[in-house]
Ligand binder design. Structure first.
Ligand code: NDP
Length: 291
């Protein structure tokens, strides 16, 4: 018997999730706070529910894809009685502390709970390249793994419910800071008349090439041994100082590269200039290395 899925929240993402379940032939019930957003899904075969209460009753798997942590409570608190004993997967982006709080709340009400992070945009759902991260109840993950794989690759990060959220936000931080670096570079070349579009075409090749070194960079950081430099901090300091100076000359704000210089300078000032530049990581006061 195919899993009866309910999707709560039919924004851009919730609609894409529901569409993937419908397409795969799962009996899919959908609900949205503001009515009228379910027309396309109903035409495709979904069942529209009048209320969150009726949407949840009869479901084997409930997916919440709402706006934020508060909206999850606003939607689910009134229906906790019906949720008891039914598998709940929260795909609303919530901070690690929020995921933790939801897991505690679910445990109090006897609701098997899995928290997830979606590393995809709505059009990517169900396509190659879509990845979803999960943590929390292993039973829920195992029971619904095949169904969840319809959305994208499904990876389980363990019973600690906030782990998937932490990894999700860590990946997003890498993305946002990288894009900010791109914006900085685009502002620099604009001072010489180059368009951001042209710079984008050049940056795609360059950043793509350097990104392949990330796994090795991570291994160096984990080892904690920066003694054999690939590139020394002194070298990196010279490069970053030159970038700061060129940016100033180009009239570009230093909000992006200033903190990078700060990370390098702190390690050089501490006497590590001859060590490998990945030591910049240590300026972030990272928690103790994993065993
Ligand atoms: P949208 O803004 O398109 O949709 C938000 C949804 O939340 C709507 O269905 C809205 O209902 C509902 N909602 C908001 N507040 C409440 C509330 N208080 N009670 C009940 N329902 C509420 O967002 P997305 O669909 O794009 O995103 C949904 C979640 O997915 C977010 O947490 C987002 O971070 C996450 N996500 C989105 C990605 C994306 O690329 N879009 C990528 C990865 C994660 P109503 O129609 O009534 O306003």
């Amino acid at each position: 018997v195919p899993t009866r899925v309910t999707v709560l929240g039919l924004g851009a993402m919730g609609s894409a999730l529901a569409a993937a379940f419908v397409k795969a032939g799962h009996p899919t019930t959908v609900w949205n706070r503001t009515p009228g957003k379910d027309a396309e899904l109903i035409a495709a075969g979904a069942l529209g529910a009048e209320s969150a209460e009726t949407a949840v009753a009869g479901a084997d798997l409930i997916i919440a894809c709402l706006f934020d942590h508060a909206s999850v409570h606003e939607t689910l608190d009134p229906v906790t009685g019906i949720l008891t004993g039914r598998d709940l997967v929260n795909l609303t982006s919530t901070e690690p502390a929020g995921a933790h709080e939801l897991a505690d709340w679910a445990a109090q009400h006897g609701i098997p709970f899995l928290d997830g992070g979606i590393m995809a945009t709505p059009p990517m759902i169900g396509q190659p390249g879509s990845a979803l991260l999960y943590s929390g109840s292993e039973e829920v993950f195992d029971r619904h793994r095949q169904t969840l794989e319809l959305l994208g690759s499904a990876e389980y990060f363990g019973a600690e419910p906030s782990k998937a959220s932490l990894v999700d936000f860590a990946l997003l931080s890498g993305m946002y800071v990288m894009f900010s670096g791109f914006y900085h570079g685009a502002a620099m070349v604009r001072s010489a008349g180059m368009s951001a579009a042209e710079f984008g075409r050049r940056a795609e090749g360059w950043l793509g090439a350097v990104l392949s070194t990330l796994p090795a960079t991570g291994e160096r950081i984990d080892s904690g041994d920066y003694s054999v430099p690939f590139q020394t901090l002194d070298f990196t300091k010279a490069a970053v100082d030159a970038i700061v100076s060129a940016s100033r000359d180009a009239g570009v704000d230093l909000d992006i590269v200033g903190p990078v210089k700060n990370l390098v300078d702190r390690q050089v000032a501490a006497g590590y200039g001859h060590e490998s530049s990945e030591r910049m990581f240590e300026s972030l006061h990272p928690p103790v290395r994993p065993a």
